[in-house]
Ligand binder design. Structure first.
Ligand code: IFM
Length: 442
């Protein structure tokens, strides 16, 4: 059986999520370039050197996309605003077309009876700021606070919820240590700095938005249970180190104003001087925490002597098109762990959860039954956590549309709606109709 809305409280919010660079088409509307454009133009970084210049052209087809959201019966649409679309240089002059776009989009969401959930930064760093060191440069944080104020000045009166940043682990560790996302660095000093500065940017934007009278403010973190690959002590230590880096660093900073010792062990020598002085602004009160969850990871010690001295190992569970294990229990565990250890009664939202599959159009239809099962199991996990006391207020599927999956290009399909990237035709998948049926009692 597919999920049943009656298992959730009346006001529980069901939505779907997207992000600007992945769907809008950055070439439209006088947007500035961002570091993904140049990262993608560098051989070997993105499958087929694909980029977000056209994507789903949501910039043109946004009304059609919002109609799809409305017809599915969603309560809310989670989208991000593009910094380079609004401020092509990342500072100073505003592109009026960019601001107008988000103004229309927010009204379009409201006109269709849904709540707008905005994220201010989902990875599209303006190129001129990247040239000055991007998230390794402290100045980027102040520019981000200015940009946050500009956006919220225009749409803040109508949005239901505002997240400053999406997935700081990806913005920093994945992009500066593992080199898999823009700017593609593999450098521990850049990693430590970006891990700190992205939190400082969040804190500075929070302060600015509070001062200018906004509420409903928080941030979106990604979590992945880090489990030992075997029974050994060494693997347990490897998993604990990765748990500290991935799952504890950001939530501990924003809720307790500190970083975990296991992660400081490798990162502290590379943090900016006097980083402790920033922890107060980083840990100011939040109105919610967004939780993005997809899978778990297994860790064991690496032969490599350099910190963190861990490596991940393929697990035995069923895999998605991304090669990620399907592990719904992890979502329940993470939600309960966050409630018990860090957030208490502060509202939690599952702001992203979804599965990539090699969907194929057959007779004009897409029978993505695996996606239906994935969604059902993860909603079940969410309902379990709710019934055990976690204060979860909503669940957003990632993603409404097939889109630009970063380093994987357009090959990995997460959408409820299939997009033909040649014609840009949208075709709702079986999972879309299943959700629609459950949400509309149809
Ligand atoms: O597509 C991404 C999204 O941009 C951030 N969270 C994870 C998704 C799937 O990889």
């Amino acid at each position: 059986m597919f999920f049943d809305r009656s298992r959730f409280p009346d006001k529980f919010t069901f939505g779907a999520a997207t992000a600007a660079y992945q769907i809008e088409g950055n070439a439209k509307g006088n947007a500035g370039q961002n570091h993904w454009d140049t990262f993608a133009a560098t051989p070997g970084n993105v499958v087929g050197a694909q980029n977000g210049a056209r994507a789903c052209d949501h910039y043109t087809f946004w009304q059609q996309d919002l109609d799809l959201m409305q017809a599915a019966g969603f309560d809310a649409y989670r989208f991000s605003t593009s910094w380079p679309r609004v401020q092509p240089d990342g500072r100073g002059a505003v592109n009026p077309e960019g601001l107008d776009f988000y103004d229309r989009l927010v009204d379009g969401v409201l006109d269709r009876g849904m709540d707008p959930y905005v994220t201010l930064y989902h990875w599209d760093l303006p190129l001129p700021l990247a040239d000055k060191g991007g998230w390794c440069n402290r100045d980027t944080c102040a520019h981000f606070a200015d940009y946050a104020e500009i956006i919220m000045d225009r749409i803040g009166d109508r949005v239901a919820s505002t997240a400053t940043v999406n997935e700081p682990w990806c913005i920093s560790y994945l992009s500066h240590f593992l080199g898999q996302h823009a700017p593609g660095l593999r450098d521990i000093r850049a990693t430590a700095r970006s891990m700190h500065h992205i939190l400082l940017a969040h804190g500075m934007a929070m302060s600015r938005l509070r001062q200018t009278g906004h509420d409903g403010l928080g941030l979106v973190l990604n979590f992945e249970p880090a489990q030992p690959a075997d029974e050994s002590e060494a693997s347990a230590r490897a998993a604990a180190t990765q748990h500290a880096i991935y799952n504890r660093w950001f939530i501990e900073a924003v809720t307790r104003g500190k970083y975990p010792e296991e992660a400081l062990l490798g990162l502290e020598p590379h943090l900016p001087q006097h980083w402790q002085d920033d922890m107060e602004i980083i840990s100011q009160p939040l109105d919610f925490v967004g939780v993005n969850y997809y899978t778990r990871s297994l860790y064991e010690p690496a032969a490599e002597p350099a910190w963190p001295g861990t490596r991940s190992k393929q697990g035995p569970l069923k895999k998605t098109q991304m090669g990620w294990e399907v592990y719904p229990q992890g979502l329940e565990d993470i939600l309960l762990w966050l409630s018990a250890e860090y957030v208490g009664d502060l509202p939690l939202y599952v702001t992203e959860n979804g599965i990539a599959l090699a969907d194929r159009l057959e007779d004009g239809k897409i029978h993505d039954t695996e996606r239906c099962a994935y969604i059902t199991e993860h909603l079940q996990a969410t309902a379990n956590a709710l019934s055990l006391g976690a204060n979860i207020k909503g669940f957003f599927y990632w993603s409404l549309l097939d889109n630009f999956e970063w380093a994987h290009g357009y090959d990995k399909r997460f959408g409820l709606v299939h997009v033909d990237f040649k014609t840009l035709r949208r075709v709702p998948k079986f999972s879309y109709y299943m959700l629609q049926k459950a949400l509309t009692n149809g």
